[in-house]
Ligand binder design. Structure first.
Ligand code: SF4
Ligand code: SF4
Ligand code: SF4
Length: 234
């Protein structure tokens, strides 16, 4: 089976599990539990994703996360003009706001407890759960239509910054990650890699003078590798 088919099937499977998995990844749950002095699953996820980034870069984003998959499907159907790269910084600002609120809520609650399964239930068990779920689904549809490919991932996702920082630290510590190698001599500048990239990375520009794709936004999905007719990307 082709690599991109396998990737899309994994993501589709994860999409079906999304109502069950949402509370493990929800920024709303981070703040909701903190408001009553509880550190719960979603907060732990931030730490886990940092370590995941250290050891596997952003493989999660490319191969598992259903939020990315929905946006890929929308972007393929609706070819929106892509937003400017400078908007990518927004996610760092939002992340710091989340951390400030998290600390403030825990401080104001006057207590800090650890309860991994706080308010977990089975799937979407309250009106708030449904509001969060439907709002997220709506964003995954609206943002790629208005701001281009995976614009939620590039501009807003609060998990992306920790994975990027983890990835950088991992590289500094010498932990080997999967990288996309570039052979400039084989390249015919057909631009197919750029078109295939779900993260709107200018693969050619990114590899200029280098031997690998080095963008922190690269999710190691291999879409560029599989789209290259000359095997210039490996
Ligand atoms: S950036 Fe966030 S939303 Fe996008 S694929 Fe990664 S974890 Fe999922
Ligand atoms: S798809 Fe391959 S040959 Fe075409 S521009 Fe990209 S690297 Fe070069
Ligand atoms: S540069 Fe290639 S591997 Fe990285 S995100 Fe884009 S298509 Fe995927």
């Amino acid at each position: 089976m082709k690599r991109q088919t396998v990737r899309n099937l994994i993501i589709l499977f994860m999409f079906l599990l999304m109502p069950l998995a949402l509370k493990f990844f929800s920024p709303v749950m981070v703040l909701r539990s903190a408001s009553v002095g509880v550190i719960a699953a979603s907060t732990v996820t931030i730490i886990i994703m940092f370590f995941a980034g250290m050891f596997s870069g952003r493989l999660w984003c490319g191969w598992v996360c259903p939020a990315g998959g929905i946006q890929d499907a929308v972007a393929k159907t609706y070819h929106a003009k892509d937003s400017h790269e400078s908007l990518n910084k927004l996610k760092y600002v939002l992340f710091f706001i989340q951390i400030i609120l998290l600390v403030a809520f825990l401080y104001l609650s006057g207590t800090v407890q650890f309860d991994y399964f706080y308010n977990m239930g089975f799937g979407l068990t309250s009106t708030l759960d449904w509001i969060v779920y439907l709002t997220m689904i709506m964003l995954f549809f609206i943002l790629p239509i208005t701001l281009g490919k995976r614009s939620y991932c590039r501009h807003i996702c609060l998990i992306a910054p920790v994975m990027i920082w983890g990835q950088k630290l991992g590289r500094k510590l010498g932990i080997k990650h999967k990288v996309i190698n570039f052979n400039e001599d084989a390249c015919i500048h057909c631009n197919k890699c750029n078109k295939a990239c779900p993260m709107h990375i200018d693969v050619m520009k990114n590899t200029e003078g280098k031997l690998t794709v080095s963008s922190p936004e690269c999710i190691t999905c291999y879409a560029c590798v599989d789209a290259c007719p000359k095997k210039a990307l490996q």
